[in-house]
Ligand binder design. Sequence first.
Ligand SMILES: *Cc1c(COP(=O)(O)O)cnc(C)c1O
Length: 373
Amino acid sequence: MSCDFFAQAAPGVRTLSPYVPGRPESEIKREYGLAEVIKLASNENPLGPSPLGLAAAQAALAEIARYPDGNGFELKRALAAKYGVETARITLGAGSNDILDLVARAFLTPGDEAVYSDHAFAVYPIATQTAGGRGVSVPALPAGHAMAYGHDLAAMRAAIGSRTKVVFIANPNNPTGTWLAPAELEGFLRELPEHVVVVLDEAYVEYMAPEQVAPSLAWLERHPNLVVSRTFSKAYGLAGLRVGYAFAHPQVTDLLNRARMPFNVSLPALAAATAALDDTAFIARSVELNRAGMRQLQDGLRALGLGWLPSAGNFLCVNVGRSGRQVFQALLPRGVILRPVDNYALPDFLRITVGSERENAVCLRALAEVLAA
Ligand SMILES: *Cc1c(COP(=O)(O)O)cnc(C)c1O
């Protein structure tokens, strides 16, 4: 090749590390000749998709010769009705990652900064640098803190400068699971210069205990710089379809929609998400299964002498007391896929998604074997 395309690429893209997803089950089955593999690596719903969502997606397949509704009218109407937010405040995305990307592209110009925490969700630097912005990663709370490795809002506030246009906050954060008290978050919003757009990423909000949930939608009126992003990928079980959404001020929403590619959410995805929003029974079952599974995993981990970070999501970030990547590798031939988080500067940890009772049991057994070896 005579051309060095790296030299041609945008600097922010050249210096990015590619996002590393969880290893697919099919790949591990093939690689190790296994009939069954348990994947607790991507915070997916162990119950599968919402049945109402699945049925709607299947019915919608007959229509896929047509473009989807580019304005997502039905889904926006359903979201507006469920959450009491006007449709002029709603943006739809191909997953909430698309929303994060839209915010970065709508607001960041070269030299502008986006502030986020160390150990925060890996998509924030991708969205920031791809848009030409500069990511400012702020040290997290220290290891001994009750919310160890969680966002340090005071440090994040102190990192905001004249070039800061965007702040990304994950509540709870992935991969740590740590969360922010509603009062702390509200204090942060109140102190923030009002031109700085804050993305409050609530991908796991359905799993949070009622007292943990921030009244973020009620804050929208008072804080026009607030963008609340959510997803159908986690509790609703629609990760493969790619649908997420944001609530924000109408003017911010207008800007996000200018930057949005037409037809970014597919026709089956719109249909599934609209139907799944009514599937309160499925969400209730998912939350209950998560609560029971969280207890099961914690009991098992405690018996193994392992500690973990506090989590408000459907996953646990576990301190394995040695190289998390080596433990991850040793689990693969045993048919268990977890998530190493050394790329999040947490080399001694492994992230475990809460699975079904059986999946959790298989995972704990395999983990016990590996740690004893
Ligand atoms: C999983 C996750 C998302 C959701 O991504 P989608 O694009 O909606 O699938 C967003 N933020 C965080 C912190 C996540 O862990």
